[in-house]
Design a protein around this ligand. Structure first.
Ligand SMILES: C[S@@+](CC[C@H](N)C(=O)[O-])C[C@H]1O[C@@H](n2cnc3c(N)ncnc32)[C@H](O)[C@@H]1O
Length: 480
């Protein structure tokens, strides 16, 4: 199978050890199923394990790939007791699962590992393994179900199966990306589904699929006798203690309900504004290395340039590693505010002007439309706040929350790249006081209640804005 075809059909078969571990876990965690459905069974790891763990259940396996089913059939023939297994070629998107489930004997277990590919990745490889447009409309619209036009195929499939299972006693246990599992949980809560419990078990996708994604088993029980629980517990593997509990506060998905309960009184508006670092989309031109009092470009060539527009720079990696007191990285900051005319540089700093002009082709080629119609060499994420001497900064990219107090370097205010966030402050005393407060555990826990660490950029300005620094100060004064 070609690489693109593998991508299109999300063709990464589950290793039998993982399928067996999952089935063994399910055996102790749900009523014995009478019917088991694997809607995209491929080479059948789940079918083979289910047969051993639930020998009396009727097992139905489907896949779009006929060859896989043939291989699975011949694997099964060599074993005994296969009368209760039925395998059929079926395109997932052409089945009416809700109708189909009416023929099943409950409890029903829906299990599997549907394809992991997004609709936009699908369009890049020109694949068409997608739900039909008309079909999605009948299902209340793909956007209504998935919340947007770019969606994971597995997200669509799991939501669809959950909808079908909602009227029956049973459970759904599916491998998927953690972000997909969360979206399915949100969808089920918003739809007022008959779910009784929802759990996420993190798995090591590198080990089992050689994939660098945050993956999990999503396990949802429907119409069980248990009390309804509106949270989703997250575990690290199948034998571990609970790591966190996801839930809702009004319409907002909360990453850690325990921390949220503890610290939600700190939520609110603040007069302090979180900013992102400078965006220029031209690091090879705008960023230089300073050694002694000389500046060098990325090729190691010396650059003749005035220091007027140069500022010491820190990146996410510096903040994460705590390298914040010195830096050899310097950034050309040609504007004091967005849209400021740049032609003045010609007179104020002719060497800088010549340098920028020499590289104007690269600067003009910047793809983002934000640079169109703006003065030459424009940058973004710049304003008065960039030039205040004191900063409290953190990276938005890494899986840690570490605030750093940043003081001027070589007499100049420090600037950041656009993966960092910061507060800018005029007075040293205020900056020291605030950075001490922001380093407290309560602030970490406050933010952890909103952060989903598997996101591409886990920490965002929206999350940082949730903290009322004034309330934090008041809390601190009350208890100290
Ligand atoms: C990630 S693999 C998992 C296979 C199997 N469930 C397992 O756990 O080993 C995804 C499977 O989905 C099948 N598939 C992809 N698109 C499908 C579709 N539209 N209808 C049915 N099966 C599909 C592929 O052939 C592949 O076997």
């Amino acid at each position: 199978m070609s690489k693109n075809k593998m991508k299109e059909f999300g063709d990464y078969q589950t290793p039998i050890e993982l399928a067996t571990e999952i089935l063994n876990y399910l055996k102790g965690s749900m009523e014995i199923p009478k019917t088991i459905l694997e809607p995209t069974c491929g080479l059948g790891s789940f079918i083979k394990s289910a047969r051993k763990v639930f020998p009396n259940a009727t097992i139905l396996g489907f896949d779009i790939n006929k060859e896989y089913l043939n291989t699975l059939r011949s694997d099964l023939i060599s074993e005994k007791d296969n009368d209760n297994i039925r395998l059929n070629v079926q395109n997932f998107f052409e089945a009416n699962w809700a109708d189909y489930f009416k023929n099943f004997n409950p409890p029903i277990l829906v299990i599997g590992n549907p394809p992991w590919i997004t609709s936009s990745e699908m369009s890049v490889i020109k694949g068409d393994n997608l739900p039909e447009k008309s079909n999605t409309k009948n299902l209340a619209g793909i956007e209504a179900m998935t919340g947007k036009s770019n969606f994971d195929i597995s997200e669509w499939m799991i939501m669809n199966l959950s909808r079908a299972l909602n009227n029956f006693k049973g459970a759904l246990a599916m491998l998927c990306k953690v972000s997909v599992a969360r979206k399915v949980f949100s969808y089920l809560i918003k739809e007022n589904s008959n779910l009784n419990s929802c759990k996420i078990f993190l798995i090591d996708a590198k080990k089992y699929f050689d994939a660098n994604v945050d993956a999990c088993l999503l396990f949802v029980k429907f119409n069980d006798s248990q009390m309804n629980n509106m949270t989703c517990k997250v575990f690290n593997g199948f034998n571990d203690e609970m790591m966190q509990e996801i839930g809702f506060d009004s319409d907002i998905l909360i990453a850690n309900v325990k921390y949220h309960e503890k610290w939600k009184h700190l939520e609110g508006k603040s007069d302090y504004t979180w900013r992102s670092g400078i965006k220029h989309d031209a690091s090879k031109v705008m960023e230089l290395i300073k050694v002694g009092d000389k500046y060098y470009n990325c090729n190691g060539d010396e650059v003749q340039i005035e220091s007027t527009y140069l500022y010491p720079m820190l990146k996410s990696s510096d903040l994460v590693n705590g390298n914040v007191e010195q830096t050899e990285k310097w950034m050309i900051v040609p504007q004091k505010k967005i849209g400021e005319e740049t032609s003045i540089i010609k007179t104020v700093a002719p060497l800088t002007w010549n340098y920028l002009k020499k590289h104007s082709e690269k600067l003009n080629k910047r793809k983002s439309s934000i640079y169109k119609g703006k003065p030459r060499f424009s940058i973004f994420g710049v304003g008065d706040y960039t030039f205040r001497p004191w900063k409290i900064a953190l990276s938005g990219f890494y899986k840690t929350i570490n605030f750093h107090l940043i003081s001027p370097i070589q007499g100049k205010p420090v600037v950041f790249d656009d993966t960092c966030y910061f507060l800018s402050i005029d007075q040293q005393q205020e900056a020291v006081f605030l950075s001490t407060l922001l380093k407290k555990d309560c602030v970490k826990e406050f933010f952890q209640s909103f952060i989903f660490w598997d996101s591409k950029r886990p920490i965002t300005k929206m999350i940082l804005k949730k903290l009322s620094i004034e309330k934090l100060i008041a809390d601190h004064e009350k208890f100290s």
